[in-house]
Design a protein around this ligand. Structure first.
Ligand SMILES: Nc1ncnc2c1ncn2[C@@H]1O[C@H](COP(=O)(O)OP(=O)(O)O)[C@@H](O)[C@H]1O
Ligand SMILES: [Mg+2]
Length: 210
């Protein structure tokens, strides 16, 4: 079954047409890579998939359902950007927990100090999910550090971890390795392939790097 379907997707900004008649079936569990030069519309396509951008024409289906009116948060996709966009003032554990907090906690349960007491069981479960994910990515020892105390590769893994804690339909990655030096990029590339094998999740990977 296709995890994701794009049907005749078009996108224009004013009179500039960026995407025209894009059809794509992405199978469940597939690792799909989109390669193209800078400015060809890769990010635009990924953002349309994620719901961060509205297509000028065409439809997106996820898991057999049209998602045109479904908000990004409810599309159950995990997006990893080129810049890791970790919150600098939060620890890695707190960063990774953020998507779960936003999804699972009420406003009161998100309050400092009282929140964890109100939603004790939920907090415990979220912490457990973060620890399990950290184990897969081998960053357990880094959970109490802030992003500034990590190397580029470790930060990249933490950003992946934050995308992974929610059980997502697919991972959307927009040039996730561009900010790393060459050696680390090669290393992380094989780690991503390995991660794809072990998670058996759908990956859509966008890059200009042939
Ligand atoms: N919000 C926007 N307004 C106008 N033009 C845009 C906007 N976003 C992207 N574009 C243009 O659309 C084209 C594709 O951009 P993008 O999807 O970011 O390309 P890529 O990710 O492949 O480098 C570029 O020419 C870019 O200038
Ligand atoms: Mg781009």
């Amino acid at each position: 079954m296709s995890a994701i379907k794009l049907r005749s997707i078009g996108k224009s900004y004013g009179t500039t047409s960026v995407l025209k008649g894009i059809d794509l079936d992405i199978r469940s569990g597939e690792f799909l890579t989109l390669v193209g030069p800078s400015g060809c519309g890769k990010s635009t396509l990924l953002r349309i998939l994620a719901g961060l951008e509205v297509p000028s024409s065409g439809d997106v289906e996820i898991g057999g359902k049209p998602v045109t009116d479904v908000r990004p948060a409810n599309r159950n996709l995990a997006m990893v950007f080129q810049s890791y966009a970790l919150y600098p003032h939060l620890t890695i554990a707190q960063n990774m927990m953020t998507p779960l907090r936003l999804r699972d906690l009420s406003t009161a349960e998100r309050l400092p100090f009282v929140g964890p007491m109100l939603g004790r069981a939920k907090h415990q479960k979220m912490l457990q999910q973060v620890q399990e994910t950290a184990k897969v990515l081998r960053i357990e020892a880094l959970l109490d550090r802030k992003p500034g105390q990590l190397s580029g590769g470790q930060r990249q893994r933490a950003a992946l971890g934050r995308a992974m804690v929610r059980k997502s339909v697919a991972f959307l990655m927009d040039e996730p390795l561009s900010n790393l030096d060459a050696a680390l990029r090669i290393h992380m590339r094989s780690e991503l392939a390995e991660l794809h094998r072990s998670l058996q999740a759908t990956f859509v990977y966008v890059t200009h790097d042939q």
